[in-house]
Unconditional design. Structure first.
Length: 424
């Protein structure tokens, strides 16, 4: 891969270049190692990026990705990488970097690019067609809680509103976090400032984080936020809690704990409460049950009758890290109402085999979801289903300007480009 301009990246070089044989479609002969449905193929859009998380795409096709902070020697490397494919071969050949720190969230709206700076959301001016901001950033929101689940991903509705994920600081709001047979704090005061979605203006500068801006609650970590333009609604995924077997044996055995609780896909409206930490969704009984920290016995519903339930559920510990509704026209029509979810994979199915590490498609008909889903892209981990051993882990997902699907990988530092080349 030829990089014609690199400013401050420092991790893309000869040692990181991936040489692949391309087919007549422009894709890699081996689909960059991915397993895809018939009619689809893949190519590596960029490589060696060093922890790319969520992405956003400019109207001219430039791709901007937020890199999480990572230590390299005595310095931390993060910030935004902007990428452009000047010769239209499906691979980035111009890159540049800006921003002093890295996180997860990123979005473009109008003449601005918004970025996650951990404890704040910043907004840079970005001229049409530019890869670099034209000036310093404004602070849109400050004082966001840090620590715990630290991804500050967000989504913009295109009408001046921003929704921000504030993940929980703990696993299940115990008096002592992640300890065996320790009860939960009741009421869980963490919910005042964590484990939910917060709503702010995307136009107003200097907003201060406050419990008063909470939009929805009881969501342990909503790392996948997406705005569905077709029905003007907010959707989210949620990571379920960990360590049912480790903290609450013999109430839970290894098999039960590996698959519980469900990872969730939800439509979120103002005032919704999805139940964390008091409740979790059990995929065996197919409803919410009380958590053991709050007197649950793996079957009683109790206080969970008042909590909202998800649209679609997935097995435990797949770790949904991003979601995007497909907004292109190049995929077959059945994909245009549905959502793609990037499952990062986790560690808490142990000692059972880990799972996730793939892209799933959730179909819908006129924004109606029937609970079904299907694997769309797999083998990112190359068979090594473990966080430390996996070669690649899907993290971010976006629709490219030409209708391709972009998938970022924060383990191997890669961005994949998935195309449809079959007959519609």
């Amino acid at each position: 891969m030829l990089i014609t301009a690199i400013l401050g990246i420092g991790v893309v070089g000869a040692a990181h270049r991936t040489v692949t044989t391309k087919t007549s479609s422009g894709c890699a002969a081996d689909n960059a190692g991915l397993t895809l449905p018939t009619g689809f193929c893949a190519v590596i859009f960029a490589d060696g990026l060093g922890g790319p998380r969520h992405m956003t795409v400019a109207p001219n096709g430039d791709v901007f990705v937020m890199r999480q902070n990572r230590a390299r020697g005595d310095t931390m490397v993060g910030g935004v990488v902007a990428m452009r494919d000047t010769n239209r071969d499906g691979k980035a050949d111009v890159m540049t970097r800006f921003g002093p720190t890295g996180g997860t969230g990123i979005a473009i709206e109008g003449r601005f690019i918004f970025v996650d700076a951990m404890s704040a959301i910043l907004r840079y001016p970005l001229a049409t067609g530019a890869m670099m901001p034209s000036g310093p950033p404004d602070t849109i929101v400050k004082g966001l809680p840090t620590g715990g689940h630290a991804a500050r991903n967000f989504v913009l509705d295109g009408k001046g509103t921003m929704y921000v994920n504030i993940g929980s600081n703990t696993n299940s709001c115990q008096v002592e976090d992640r300890k065996n047979n320790v009860k939960g704090i009741d009421p869980c005061v963490e919910l005042e400032t964590r484990a939910g979605i917060w709503k702010f203006s995307s136009m107003e500068k200097g907003q201060q984080f406050s419990p008063a801006a909470r939009f929805a609650t009881g969501i342990r970590n909503a790392t996948g936020l997406a705005w569905n333009k077709s029905n003007s609604s907010l959707y989210s995924t949620a990571h379920g809690r960990d360590q049912l077997f480790q903290n609450w044996a013999p109430l839970y055995d290894e098999e039960k704990s590996a698959n519980q609780p469900a990872e969730m896909f939800m439509q979120v409206t103002g005032g919704d409460d999805y139940g964390w930490p008091y409740c979790y969704f059990d995929t065996d009984v197919k409803h919410l049950v009380m958590a053991p920290e709050y007197g649950g016995n793996a079957k009683d519903i109790g206080r969970c009758t008042t909590k909202k339930t998800p649209l679609v559920t997935f097995p435990g510990h797949w770790a949904p890290n991003a979601m995007a509704f497909y907004t292109g026209t190049k995929f077959p029509a059945r994909f245009r109402d549905g959502a793609f979810i990037a499952f990062h994979g986790s560690w808490n199915r142990a000692p059972k085999e880990q799972a996730g590490y793939k892209i799933v498609f959730v179909p819908s008909t006129k924004n109606k979801f029937d609970g079904k889903y299907e694997t769309f892209a797999d083998n990112f981990a190359n068979g090594k289903l473990d966080p430390s051993a996996a070669e690649h882990r899907p993290t971010g997902i976006a629709t490219a300007a030409d209708g391709a699907l972009l998938v970022s990988d924060d383990k191997g530092g890669r961005i994949y480009r998935i195309l449809y080349v079959g007959t519609k």
